[in-house]
Design a protein around this ligand. Structure first.
Ligand SMILES: [Zn+2]
Length: 284
């Protein structure tokens, strides 16, 4: 494929490209009323099934923000948080991101990462001093030591290992009963993505792999990962799980599948559907 269709997965910006223009803080100074991306824990607070527009009612107290972070349908859109235990006024409803349509889930993912970064960066991790915003960026500068901090996006690999018609799936103890997914992990110091693929699979399952090839990526805002998807080939080894991260791993085929797979709209499911099961354009 010329361009991985993971571009159409939620949380990847393309989903909202026609409705949303991203702006950094200070780039769009405006008092114009507009839309609200109201983050309440794992949910986006909506009014009438969509983003609320206009002045916030006095009963809806925001806990942090607002920050203008772009334009939604041509109007400013502000991110703010609502306390987890706050009661919502009549007409407002908190919708879990899993229940949101792709476009609102994507906007929620972006808003959530901003909220997370704003909280994380309020104090300097080097000296503990207070920080102030570096104009026209998400960066913060420490008033104590002068160190400049910029948002942290964590690269991770997620990999489908193939052995002929078989593919390797694994499960973590905290997942729902019967669910299996792909091996995944964070890139380490001094490591390429391909090296990370080989190390993670070997560490977690005892399987040696080669020929890791990139198939697409997904931004994952929990709290701020970039999931780089790969397919790799089995070289040698018997499954031996590490017992720390994984509870089980096994070889599966189209005919012999686990009871449950990762949710639609995740890159894990997209890779399984497209590169293990050959289902084509799923995951949208
Ligand atoms: Zn400092």
């Amino acid at each position: 494929m010329a361009f991985p269709e993971t571009v159409n997965l939620p949380f990847n910006g393309e989903i909202i490209r026609s409705r949303f223009v991203q702006r950094k803080p200070g780039e769009l100074e405006t008092a114009e009323e507009g839309y609200w991306a109201l983050v309440q824990g794992d949910s986006l607070v909506l009014a009438g099934g969509g983003l609320y527009a206009g002045l916030l009612p006095a009963e809806l107290a925001i806990a942090s923000g607002p920050i203008v972070f772009g334009e939604w349908d041509g109007r400013p859109v502000r991110v703010a948080t609502v306390s987890r235990d706050a009661q919502l006024p009549e007409g407002f409803a908190a919708i879990q991101w899993m229940e949101l349509p792709d476009d609102l889930a994507t906007l929620y993912g972006l808003a959530r990462q901003i909220v997370f970064w704003e909280r994380l960066s309020s104090l300097c991790s080097r000296c503990g001093g207070s920080t102030t915003r570096i104009p026209f960026s998400w960066g913060k500068k420490c008033g104590g030591c002068g160190h400049e901090h910029f948002p942290h996006i964590h690269p991770c690999v997620i990999v489908l290992v193939k052995r002929g018609d078989e593919f390797l799936l694994a499960r973590k103890p905290e997942w729902a009963a019967g669910r299996y997914s792909l091996v995944a992990g964070f890139v380490d110091f001094g490591e390429s993505l391909e090296e990370c693929v080989e190390r993670e699979v070997l560490e977690e399952t005892g399987i040696k792999v080669t020929n890791a090839r990139y198939v697409g990526s997904q931004n994952w805002p929990f709290p701020s990962q970039l999931m780089a998807g790969f397919v790799a080939d089995y070289v040698s080894g018997e499954i031996e799980i590490d017992g720390n991260e994984l509870e089980d791993a096994g070889w599966f085929t189209r005919e012999k599948m686990p009871d449950s797979l990762p949710p639609q709209r995740s890159i894990a499911r997209w890779i399984i559907d497209n590169h293990a099961l050959g289902k084509g354009k799923s995951g949208k």
